[in-house]
Ligand binder design. Structure first.
Ligand code: 2HA
Ligand code: ZN
Length: 271
């Protein structure tokens, strides 16, 4: 059996949490990540017949029965993941009843998965239907994105258009746009359902006055999505209150998308 701390998925998780912490996105216990893994990913590293604990989830994840997830722990700090993965992360498998998580490794101090597990698993279910290669759901509190939700209208179309207009990169990286939810109580099945509903159309969902969810086929792609939205939000927060003399027009955005061969949410531009 190979050492799980040396598994590629473990290194990716440790690197992502460390980077997010150092970017100032994940203060204290802010943020959570879940990484979908398959039997062939985990079996070189753990005995998948040995369940350490069964943890109730209190929602139905029948569609994910038998799937494995490396997840961050509730109350745990991203800052600490790289130094003690076994206490701050857990490897779970969705049990045959669809409502229990079987802990196979980690949460060594008796901990449990993130309080946002409903939003994560419901988002995984939706994104897997859109893309069978989908694997990662990432939640974070990037400063400029959260700031922007205090001063910008929260509808998907206007929010997306504003961020697309901040710099050339944005429409290329997320042509599908951004979904925005109003402020809601976090950690609940309700916010999980609302997030998953938005994930039917978008890989990025912003929670007003809270943070962002990103979904993608690997850690880099998902991180890159959030990073690019945050760059756009940072630019906008720098110039929004200044007299603006130059902009990227809707026509220019359309030309850009066409020249990159990208299909984008053209109903978000009034052409
Ligand atoms: O895990 O970010 O949304 C802490 C949070 C809750
Ligand atoms: Zn949060």
């Amino acid at each position: 059996m190979r050492k799980i701390l040396e598994a590629p998925f473990m290194k990716e998780m440790c690197d992502a949490t460390a980077n997010m912490y150092r970017l100032g996105w994940d203060e204290r216990n802010g943020g959570n990540i879940s990484y979908l893994l398959y039997e062939e990913d985990v079996s070189p590293f753990i005995d998948t017949t040995k369940v350490i604990r069964a943890i109730p989830m209190n929602f139905d994840a029948t569609e994910l029965i038998g799937k494995y997830f490396l997840v961050t722990g509730t109350g745990k700090y991203f800052k600490n993941v790289e130094y003690d993965a076994e206490e701050n992360l857990g490897l779970i498998r969705i049990a045959k009843d669809g409502t229990t998580a079987e802990l196979l490794w980690g949460f060594a101090d008796g901990g449990r998965f993130t309080s946002e597990l409903p939003a994560h698993l419901m988002s995984h279910m939706v994104r897997l239907k859109k893309d069978p290669k989908h694997r990662v759901v990432m939640h974070s509190h990037p400063t400029n994105i959260v700031a922007m939700t205090h001063v910008h209208p929260l509808d998907d179309k206007n929010f997306t258009r504003t961020i697309w207009g901040t710099c050339t990169e944005c429409i290329v990286v997320f042509p599908d746009g951004i979904g925005v939810l109003p402020w809601m109580v976090c950690g609940t099945n309700e916010i999980g359902e609302a997030t998953a509903k938005k994930m039917e159309d978008y890989r990025i969902v912003i929670w007003a006055q809270h943070g962002i969810y990103g979904a993608g086929k690997d850690m880099d792609e998902t991180f890159g999505l959030i990073e690019t939205v945050e760059k756009g939000a940072e630019l906008w927060m720098k110039y929004a209150a200044l007299p603006i003399v130059n902009r990227i027009s809707n026509r220019q955005l359309d030309n850009l998308a066409k020249s990159f061969g990208i299909t984008y949410r053209s109903d978000f531009l009034d052409l």
